[in-house]
Unconditional design. Structure first.
Length: 297
């Protein structure tokens, strides 16, 4: 009887594991800037957002629990007037590096233009063809962006279907005349990001994104010299893309996610690799020249 119970429990564990959703996202609602002692609406909002992001199936792929994408969404509430929330959202995602205990940041993006309607206990629902809620539209958009980045890090251009899904949400949100989705509003908004990711001009960058992770970071434990050389060989792609499209959000987003990592990688490099890396990174991101020059020390 005991063995039968164990078998049933194991079977349930396998089923639950196989049917796991894609995202394991830590959702935080920060309401420190809002005065008042009644915080129940923010607690309810956090629970609803977490359930929407983590319990929804975003793809047709099969994920196990250990394969779920680790990510976070930190929503900072700046103002609440009746049921209209003015906020910003910081989105990050990461994945493990093969044969290590290290997680590398794939995506790090701050969206300052996030306004949505919400009443406590509202059900968060989504129809991707007809956008009626800016809250669920933004959450779905970033869910697809996170999945796209993750797939791009494992397979060349593997994230394309998910970036296209995010682009469809942009188009639907524009048709609904929602704020934060239009081309003319900002060069660093949701439209600009997905426009870069689906633009043929950035295909070289996306190929480098794959090489950086699969042929670089994932090979570090096997042959650090060769892996670092692979990362170094592709760095000019960042400079080329940035010069072709100055301040392109997809390049600045990569630098935001990878600066510390790149400094660490090239601090142990050959003198030529160090010099070339500092030159390229300083060209792409001149505001951080002092930090990059630490590589030479």
């Amino acid at each position: 009887m005991v063995n039968k119970v164990k078998i049933i429990a194991l079977g349930l564990l396998i089923v639950l594991s196989i049917n796991a959703q894609e995202l394991n996202c830590n959702i935080q609602i920060n309401s420190d800037q809002i005065s008042g002692s009644n915080k129940s609406v923010f607690n309810t909002l956090q629970k609803s957002v977490s359930e929407f992001v983590n319990n929804r199936r975003w793809t047709e792929m099969t994920y196990t629990n250990i394969e779920r994408i680790e990510c976070s969404m930190n929503i900072i509430i700046k103002k609440v007037e009746q049921d209209i929330f003015t906020a910003e959202i910081q989105v990050q995602s990461r994945r493990p590096v093969f044969n290590t205990n290290y997680n590398t940041t794939l995506f790090n993006f701050k969206d300052n233009n996030f306004t949505f309607d919400y009443k406590e206990f509202d059900q968060l629902e989504m129809n991707e063809n007809t956008i009626t809620s800016n809250l669920t539209a933004v959450l779905a958009y970033y869910a697809y962006i996170i999945i796209g980045y993750d797939m791009d890090s494992y397979t060349r251009l593997g994230g394309t279907p998910y970036f296209q899904a995010a682009e469809s949400i942009v188009n639907a949100a524009q048709a609904a005349d929602l704020v934060g989705w239009k081309a003319f509003e900002s060069s660093r908004n949701r439209y600009a990001l997905v426009n870069n990711l689906t633009d043929e001009a950035f295909k070289k960058y996306r190929n480098y994104f794959y090489e950086y992770h699969r042929l670089g970071l994932d090979e570090m434990s096997i042959n650090m010299t060769n892996a670092r050389a692979k990362i170094a060989a592709g760095l000019p792609v960042l400079r080329e893309a940035n010069r072709a499209r100055p301040s392109a959000v997809v390049i600045s987003s990569f630098i935001d996610a990878k600066s510390d990592e790149l400094i660490n990688i090239f601090s142990k490099a050959t003198e030529k690799e160090k010099k070339d890396a500092v030159e390229i990174l300083s060209d792409v991101n001149p505001t951080q020249i002092d930090r990059y020059e630490k590589i030479l020390n």
